[in-house]
Design a protein around this ligand. Structure first.
Ligand code: HEC
Length: 104
């Protein structure tokens, strides 16, 4: 699927950086992925669609670790897919922290 190829092209060059703190351009690309790919199910503002809302409010009380696991492994039996093949642990942790942060 063209979208998957695009995603792979986006993510693969980033994998090498996984063990170092993410650069700001790396963070920008992950932010883009969250809006484009997570947003396709969770809504562009993460307020929910096919997927449940994943705004900071909806995720209140959740931990980076817990969300990182959901992102990497998905939720079996639901439409929430595992992202382990596409995201490193560091990237998933960054996205988890990003989701928990208030933004406009
Ligand atoms: C194909 C659709 C789809 C895509 C793409 C998707 N999700 Fe989900 N996601 C879901 C669904 C559906 C659920 C709710 C599953 C359930 O019923 O518990 C969910 C649940 C979640 C949850 C748990 C929310 C909670 O309240 O426990 C998190 C966190 C999450 N997704 C993050 C993400 C992130 C981050 C991405 C992008 C990397 C993403 N999702 C991409 C469909 C999707």
């Amino acid at each position: 699927m063209a979208k998957t190829a695009f995603l792979l092209a986006l993510i693969f060059p980033l994998a090498a950086l996984a063990e170092t703190p993410l650069s700001s351009s790396h963070e920008e690309r992950l932010t883009h992925l969250v809006v484009q790919d997570c947003g396709s199910c969770h809504g562009l503002k993460m307020t929910g669609g096919l997927g449940s809302p994943i705004t900071p409010e909806a995720l209140e009380g959740r931990t980076v670790d817990g969300l990182q696991t959901i992102i990497l492994d998905g939720i079996p039996g639901t439409a929430m897919p595992p992202w382990r093949a596409l995201l490193t642990e560091a990237e998933a942790a960054w996205i988890a922290a990003y989701l928990l942060e208030a933004r406009e």
